[in-house]
Design a protein around this ligand. Sequence first.
Ligand code: CA
Length: 261
Amino acid sequence: MRCANATRRRPSRRREFRIWKVDCNVGKPGGDDRIDFMRVLVVEDEKKTASFIRKALQAESFAVDVSHDGAEALALATQAPFDAIVLDIMLPGLDGLSMLRRLREQNNNTPVLLLSARGQVNEKVEGLNAGADDYLAKPFALAELIARVRSLGRRGGDSKPLVLRVADLSLDTTTRQAQRGGTTFELTTREYRLLEFLMRSAGRICGRMAILEKVWDYDFDPGTNLVDVYIKRLREKIDEGFEPKLLHTVRGVGYTMKEQP
Ligand code: CA
């Protein structure tokens, strides 16, 4: 996965980003940190259906990214970590099954829920063989879709490490506490999400726009210095007084987390 690619502006997608749900509690002072936060990619070319699914998932406080195109969705899924992908089979260009096969060829194991208009048994088998984790035939009840996406997120969560490590820095994703050199750091919700994103992307360059999109969800003015402000705060906690430094600036691009400068 290459975070750096996500720094490019994608004009055709800005509208989707702009209407991303700002998950209602995360980041608010006194907000509930226990939110079952999931980032979901919805791939569906029928815009009404895509919008319907997006709104339903956003109502569950999930961050939702929508793509109407299989090739674009594949690029998105390889650029950034998602907790689940809702993937329609019938897509123009690169169809859902081909997109799924390519994703698995890249050893990307993001849980995938396939949607099919036909609901035929052979299509279901073909989908599961291609690496789908679950299958839902249209028309479906939104409540069932949400339940299945949640279940996929839990399954995906099982395979993710609960404690992330970069050198002697560790981040417990259940208690949301960071530790280094015997010191435990309390993190605000936003600091935690930023650190988690950087640690999950360790060794890769994360552009400012990619960080804004993945950690803040909003369509920010690219001129904002929010990322730099939060990076500074994180540095004061996890790098100040420690060696080696782990949070590095990549001039003109963004940041990377790694042991070697
Ligand atoms: Ca479709």
